[in-house]
Design a protein around this ligand. Structure first.
Ligand SMILES: [Ca+2]
Ligand SMILES: [Ca+2]
Length: 489
């Protein structure tokens, strides 16, 4: 089979280069700028869109044409000035339909008709048209909850669009697409080629061209060979902004026609090549049969590898739907997991918060009681010690004035006592700060055992006072004795 394919390609390359080129791209494509527009300089200095006319509520700007603003009962339209004269074509439009309401109205339409429309009742344009309409119907008139809907309708001029049921009996095909308020502009691609009309829709979730989805495909469509392209929109009781950002038109030329007209071959040469091609076809068929007889399994497999364009479209649709379904399932599972995690987290945080608040309350109580008592004891002791210190300083001054022989010994004793008291004050301060620190660290450590007092502060102070009184008595006694001795001498 590989040999057969190779020889076929080589033959076509040698004798029919244009045919091969056309087969590779299926058809020849030519951009028609007179039937297209796009930003950023969509409007010229005169405020017109070159090669197009507009009317109704339509307002062009540099990057778009607003067919209707989001105001009630507006109709706007935009048509090519000249008739398009190619039989097969493809158009692609970028649109934006935005509104603040959950439901919008009425919608917009893309046209290919024998005569250019004017302001009318069918999405802003004329009814009883002759040609094609692709209708993007936002509002659900029949209440079947099947809007926004994109549909294809061909009219021979006799049918009046049935708004009351959203034209459901007049549509040749369509798809349910919520095209309002998308993150990016929506795109509609319509191909009319060899009496097959194919409609793709891009939902504007991205700006990637590959995100086009097949909406519908209608066979045996017969449109006029010449016509005007147009876009229109309308609002009703509800209103959306309907904007056209760009419109591109392509001419599609079948490859065989192209080869005959552009090949530049004389009739004789064409006949000769046709004859050679027919001979080759016979040889090819013969080789195919031989190959099929030699390798029946492989031939069957090869045949299965090919599919028609229709089968391919259907397969793509199924694959797309399956992918969406799988993604939705995954999202659902992920959402479930997240909900469980959030609940667990909430429970943990609540428990921890309660526990913390209990601990804080308990700690505060302990701190207040303990620290309060410690501070009051400390203050009492400090006051008493300060009094003692002052008394001793007073006595010390009195003693120095007398300049007795024993002053040095007394001063030394007083210094010792002051040192002992300073040391005592320091110890008490340490104890107090330790208690306070322990109070602050209650969350982590158990409370320290109560300090063991060999002697109470009251008893201690009493002893000190007794000692001082005895000392003062002794000093007084000695002073009197000395005074008596001086008197005596
Ligand atoms: Ca409708
Ligand atoms: Ca409907």
């Amino acid at each position: 089979m590989a040999v057969v394919k190779l020889s076929l390609s080589a033959f076509l390359l040698l004798f029919f280069p244009s045919v091969l080129k056309a087969d590779a791209g299926e058809r020849h494509v030519k951009y028609e700028y007179k039937y297209s527009f796009k930003g950023p300089h969509l409007m010229n200095k005169q405020g017109q869109v070159p090669f197009w006319t507009y009317g109704g509520s339509a307002i062009p700007s540099n990057d778009q044409v607003r067919l209707t603003p989001s105001l009630r009962d507006r109709k706007g339209y935009l048509w090519t000035k000249e008739k398009f004269t190619s039989e097969w074509w493809e158009i692609e439009g970028h649109f934006r339909v935005t509104g603040r309401g959950r439901v919008g109205a009425d919608g917009m339409a893309i046209w290919y008709t024998e005569t250019a429309g004017t302001e009318g009742p069918v999405f802003g344009s004329t009814d009883n048209w002759k040609g094609l309409a692709v209708l993007c119907d936002s509002f659900d008139n029949d209440g079947e909850q099947n809007n926004p809907f994109v549909s294809v309708m061909v009219n021979d001029g006799t049918k009046s669009y049935e708004h009351h049921n959203d034209g459901k009996n007049q549509n040749l095909g369509g798809c349910l697409r919520d095209f309002r308020n998308r993150p990016h502009p929506i795109r509609v691609r319509i191909r009319y080629y060899q009496n097959v009309l194919t409609l793709w829709f891009h939902m504007g979730m991205s700006t990637k061209p590959e995100d086009f989805e097949l909406c519908t495909r209608v066979e045996n469509v017969h449109l006029a060979k010449e016509g005007f392209f147009g876009v229109s929109a309308a609002t009703g009781g509800l209103a959306d902004d309907h904007d056209v950002l760009s419109f591109s038109t392509l001419t599609l030329t079948p490859p065989s026609k192209d080869a005959a007209t552009q090949g530049g071959l004389s009739q004789e040469e064409q006949d000769k090549l046709t004859k050679q091609y027919e001979e080759y076809q016979k040889n090819l068929e013969k080789q195919k049969e031989e190959y099929a007889q030699a390798h029946p399994d492989k031939v069957k497999k090869d045949e299965l590898q090919y599919e028609s364009a229709y089968e391919r479209d259907i397969r793509l649709v199924y694959e797309g739907q399956n992918a969406i379904h799988n993604m939705l399932n995954q999202l659902h599972a992920k959402t479930g997991e997240l909900t469980v995690q959030a609940n667990t987290l909430h429970t943990l945080v609540s428990t921890d918060h309660n526990r913390m608040s209990n601990m804080v309350t308990m700690d505060k109580t302990i701190n207040r009681q303990e620290v309060g008592s410690i501070i009051s004891v400390q203050q009492q002791m400090l006051t008493k010690l300060e009094d003692i210190k002052n008394a001793i300083s007073g006595m010390k001054t009195g003693g120095m004035d007398r300049r007795s022989a024993d002053d040095t010994g007394v001063t030394s004793q007083l210094n010792d006592m002051q040192g002992a008291m300073d040391s005592l004050v320091h110890t008490v301060n340490n104890m107090a700060s330790k208690q306070q620190f322990a109070g602050d660290k209650k969350k982590d450590c158990p409370p320290p055992p109560p300090p063991v007092h060999c002697i109470g502060p009251g008893s201690f102070v009493f002893l000190i006072i007794a000692q001082i009184v005895m000392l003062v008595g002794y000093i007084t006694y000695r002073n009197q004795k000395e005074a008596a001795a001086k008197k005596f001498f």
